[in-house]
Write a protein that binds this ligand. Structure first.
Ligand code: PLP
Length: 361
């Protein structure tokens, strides 16, 4: 079998090897059922056990209060960009958006079809390289939406923004969900496409407070109402069974790692090594403002596009894949989500050091 290499991809991204090995077995026969996980009816006893375990692990790891539902939906985080305003924003209302990257901008674009949008802050003036400190909320917003980690730009909110009592806070946590502890009770909705920190693409985790589920109109398509999925336990139609299965396995692995506080320490250690190196490097520079740097996506440049390309080529040849930065930032991006091993970070540091010695003048 081909040896596995270090995969710095921003998403879909590296998964824990024990999860892949378990999935390999369960593809042929889930437990002792004699039927593979891809082939089980979503209503079968065996799959219901998979589903219930995945949901229970989401609840346990994030200490989710009773008055929240855990939904497994399809259409990616991008479908939440419209599903949220479709259900929660009326034509004459205003929703506030903190614009800290292209994903936030896409969310704004969708919301504008349903009501008014107030851009409460934006860091676009400096190519989204920081998180604004000043946020100006509107008078009485239907909700406040933010993106906790900006995958492309390598910035992350240190803590959630504060909102007035009674205003639902909604978070696109696609690229940092469960990378650190979070207090769900501060949120109305937290959602995430699974393919960065939770599992494969094709399943979107939505954690939603009960009172928001019932607010939506009933004359929009059934599949686009939160109540439909809440009432049917995400089984109104066939749910993404394999995605839910893998997500459950990933959360099992995460629990074995010690849960959210323990994984946060590991993430701090991994990112800390890279930022520490970048701080003193004479060749490489981090692109994100120091106080806003992401633990998940570390973005850096040499300042010379040709050198960047040379470095990426060298790293790729050495088995470090996926380091090319997003085109809107350039340079390099090391995506080091929960499942990315610290040994891969060490290998990258070794490469950077070596490259710096060869090229620093
Ligand atoms: C990747 C990403 C998305 C898009 O997710 P899809 O599941 O592909 O729709 C949205 N928001 C953030 C922050 C992301 O990193």
């Amino acid at each position: 079998m081909t040896e596995r290499i270090y995969n710095f991809s921003a998403g879909p991204a590296a998964l824990p090897l024990p999860v892949l090995e378990q999935a390999q077995q369960d593809l042929i026969s889930l437990g002792d059922t004699g039927i593979g996980v891809l082939e089980h009816s979503h209503r079968s006893k065996a799959f219901l056990a998979v589903y219930e375990e995945a949901e229970a692990l989401v609840r346990e790891l994030a200490s989710i209060p009773e008055n929240y539902k855990v939904l497994f939906l399809q259409g990616g985080a991008s479908s939440q960009f419209f599903m949220i305003p479709m259900n929660l924003l009326k034509k004459d209302q205003t929703a506030d958006y903190l614009v800290t990257g292209s994903w936030s901008k896409k969310a704004v674009k969708e919301a504008k079809s349903f009501g008014n949008v107030n851009v409460a802050c934006s860091s676009e003036d400096k190519n989204f390289s920081y998180i604004p400190e000043e946020v100006s909320l509107s008078e009485n917003p239907a909700y406040v939406h933010f993106t906790s980690n900006n995958t492309i730009y390598g910035t992350e909110f240190a803590t959630e923004p504060t909102v007035p009592a009674g205003v639902p806070l909604i978070c696109d946590a696609s690229s940092d969900i469960f990378s650190r502890p979070l207090d769900i009770s501060k949120y109305g909705i937290v959602y995430a496409g699974a393919q960065k920190n939770l599992g494969p693409s094709g399943v979107t985790l939505v954690i939603i407070r009960d009172d928001l589920i019932e607010q939506g109109p009933t004359d929009i398509p059934t599949m686009l109402q939160y109540r439909t999925h809440s009432e049917a336990g995400s089984m109104y139609n066939t749910p993404p069974t394999f995605g839910i299965y893998v997500l459950g396995q990933v959360l099992r692995w995460l629990k074995e790692q010690g849960g959210l506080a323990a994984i946060q320490e590991k993430n701090q250690s991994k990112a800390g090594k890279l930022y520490g190196y970048l701080e003193q490097s004479k060749l490489f520079n981090a692109t994100a403002a120091k106080q806003d740097r992401s633990l998940m996506n570390v973005t850096f440049v040499t300042g010379d596009a040709d050198l960047d390309a040379q470095f990426i080529a060298k790293a790729t040849a050495a088995g470090l894949d996926g380091l090319k930065g997003h085109r809107s930032v350039g340079g390099m991006r090391a995506s080091i989500y929960n499942a990315f091993p610290e040994a891969g970070v060490d290998k990258l540091l070794e490469m950077m050091n070596q490259f710096e010695q060869e090229h620093a003048s």
